[in-house]
Design a protein around this ligand. Sequence first.
Ligand SMILES: [Zn+2]
Length: 203
Amino acid sequence: MATQGVSAKKRFEKPKKAYRKVAKYQQYEKNVRQDYAHQTSHHLVANDAYDLYVFEALKIQTMTKRPQAKTDAQGRFLPNKATAKAGLNRAILSSAWGPVVSFTTYKALRQGKLVITVPPAYSSQECAVCTFTSPDNRPSQAAFVCQRCGHTDHADHNAAVVIAKRGIQKLLSGDPLTKAHKTTRIFRKLGPERSEVTPGEIG
Ligand SMILES: [Zn+2]
């Protein structure tokens, strides 16, 4: 029997199939991320050389917010690097930062090790040796050159030392370590901070 056009049934079948396909990929992506977070956290905690792990308390929600639309005097839209930001958002989310921190925390606790988080502000601009903080300390994405004491290092390594020092300071300060307490700190405006998160960098 010949039918004219597309039957209602057929019309609804196609999208359903597409939705299932998308859902399948989303589930796959989630599995990959979980798997990655489990492997990374295991790798970190299994290393007998370390008893203390310090993470930057990255505010994933703020970092992944869409950038504000920019308009010129006539109200026309200007490029606001939304596409670049979208790529960065994906990188942050897919880097599974949150799960890596939480998995490391519980796995470490099981072995009597400690995980703490510290404020991330300007960790990429601060000198690990003399604490001088300036965007000028970063002549490029990879390089750190302190404009006060001349200390040079790979920018990621310098930032890691800064974060570790902040962790030790927090440990020694007697502040509560596990419960996130809300404090407002005013940091001197030092110019835009480069994000250090790139896919595959952690671990
Ligand atoms: Zn310095």
